[in-house]
Design a protein around this ligand. Structure first.
Ligand SMILES: [Zn+2]
Length: 315
């Protein structure tokens, strides 16, 4: 068996640039400063960095890194590609420590790279779901302690007297098109208003929705073509084709990865981890996407998603 990292672009910087350029600029280089495509020359010479072009329209140099998550990083691109391939092919994710050991970069760099790669994996073009007639399963789950637990309205910010299960945990809502893709949200509160908002922003009116019988989904029927529920409290998990098994399976992969691999995740970064798990689910093997194709998809996502160290670490 050949390793996922055996290709030349994972080891040779020149090959790495070429490989990324072919994916970001399928029709040839584009100047990120002025958008020019016609008067671009490749700069060569011992003192010139690999992959440097010059635009003779605006007279500025550039590389394929400009305007991407790789910009201003001193890590060689072939190492970035290794990191992307590893994160794309590990079902439950890959820890910063493991990346650090494999890539031979600093621990801080490995941490930063993994967050930038999660940004690249984030789906920026969100078209509404539910147009195909295939059921959309919606469910909520809780993961990890909130850093500032949500206040209780009756107790003026103090914890509620009767502690409901999960009251101090981070809430996640996911929508799964059965046999298709997932879209996850880290929400402040998993309540009816939040669910309604998510549905309004992500589902078509003709969508068919399946959920459990929770009160959170009380307004769903008014927003979409049909809403059917299974009664988990009564031990009913499947009724005909009505169930929420796909979204529950997604949550279980997510939780196993978060507990087993990542362990600690700052609340403000939770949406990035969700983007990572969404990305892998949406390009899973069952949909005909192999490790190589998944890596390519992630690389195509690097454009226009710069993330500064400050944004990620909050420092
Ligand atoms: Zn230019």
């Amino acid at each position: 068996m050949t390793s996922v990292l055996s290709a030349k672009h994972f080891h040779d910087e020149q090959a790495a640039y070429k490989w990324v350029e072919a994916r970001i600029w399928p029709d040839g280089p584009i100047c990120p400063h002025c958008g020019g495509v016609d008067r671009i020359g490749k700069l060569k010479g011992k003192s010139t960095r690999i992959g440097t072009y010059k635009c003779y329209q605006c007279r500025k140099p550039f590389t394929v890194k400009v305007g991407t998550v790789f910009e201003s990083s001193h890590i060689p691109i072939h190492k970035w590609l290794q990191a992307i391939a590893l994160m794309s092919s590990s079902k439950k994710g890959i820890s910063t420590n493991q990346l650090w050991r494999i890539l031979g970069v600093s621990l801080k760099a490995a941490w930063f790279m993994s967050h930038r790669i999660r940004e690249a994996m984030r789906d920026g073009s969100l078209t509404p779901m539910g147009g195909s007639g295939v059921p959309i399963e919606i469910d909520e789950t809780y993961f990890g302690r909130m850093e500032t637990p949500r206040p209780s309205p009756q107790r003026r910010g103090r914890p509620p007297l009767k502690r409901k299960r999960d009251w101090d945990k981070r809430a996640i809502v996911s929508l799964v098109e059965r046999g298709g893709s997932v879209r996850s949200f880290h929400v402040e509160n998993a309540d009816k208003a939040t669910i309604n908002q998510i549905i309004a922003g992500n589902l078509l009116r003709e969508a068919r929705v399946h959920t459990d019988e929770s009160r959170l989904y009380g307004d769903v029927a008014a927003q979409v073509a049909s809403h059917e529920t299974v009664k988990h409290t009564a031990g009913e998990y499947v009724r005909g084709d009505v169930h929420t098994n796909s979204v529950e399976n997604f949550f279980s992969v997510f939780k196993r990865g978060m507990k087993g691999v990542y362990q600690h995740c700052a609340e403000k970064n939770l949406h990035r981890y969700l983007a990572e798990f969404d990305f892998r689910y949406n390009s899973r093997t069952a949909l005909g996407v192999n490790d190589e194709m998944r890596t390519e998809r992630a690389v195509k996502g690097i454009v226009g998603k710069r993330l500064t160290y400050r944004t990620a670490s909050g420092r």
